[in-house]
Design a protein around this ligand. Sequence first.
Ligand code: COA
Length: 214
Amino acid sequence: MVNPLFGVAEPRDDGSCAIAAMEPGQIPAVGEILSRAFRDNALNRAVIASEDPERRLDANRHGMRALLPVAREFGRVLTASSDGALSGALLSSPPDRYPLPAPGWLPRLRCLVGQGWRVARRWGDVFDELHWLHPCEPHWYLATLGVDPDHQRRGVGTALLDTWLVEVDRDGLPAYLETDSAANLAFYGRAGFAVVNQIELLGVGVFCLERPPH
Ligand SMILES: CC(C)(COP(=O)(O)OP(=O)(O)OC[C@H]1O[C@@H](n2cnc3c(N)ncnc32)[C@H](O)[C@@H]1OP(=O)(O)O)[C@@H](O)C(=O)NCCC(=O)NCCS
């Protein structure tokens, strides 16, 4: 059955973790969750080039503020709620929507000022490098998957990924993602992803993973 929120995937509620499409009013809360989730990731540290966790959190918030409205309008944003509290989110691009359009000039300007132009430029360089490694054939792209640190290792990430893959599999297309953490390879491996490329960006090893059509 087609669900108007997702396109095809059904919302999922296993009792402890409910997955649904992001509502516009959830953008600030989802931005906060993802900013916290990625605060200490290696690539985030290298791009923001600050040992101060608050500075990295702040830079992430500015990035999310610009990205999330575009991701909601042109891509798919799934949220997870655990016992009623927002706990994680997954941002993706359908095959005909990669790359997502750039935010408007005002959100971009706010992001540039908020993050600082050096950080914004380094993110731009990173995304340019990653762009060239994308598969040529149509694919679903998992742009971001993050779980609030207080909710990690309780199955939230798996619930988001599994719900998203239902829609990917209905399309019968490959899925693709990048991760800067070797610790995530087993997590994605269980869902059928395998490493197809590995590069170094700003001194950080980044893995490109692909999942064949199911
Ligand atoms: C990667 C990430 C999304 C995983 O989300 P998560 O909610 O922690 O994932 P899950 O709980 O479903 O599974 C993670 C691990 O916890 C284990 N686990 C799941 N439920 C569990 C439970 N109830 N108790 C203990 N462990 C559990 C899983 O077996 C899995 O084991 P693994 O480490 O061997 O892979 C999350 O850690 C995160 O946001 N990391 C920071 C950002 C990031 O790196 N994102 C991915 C980049 S693309």
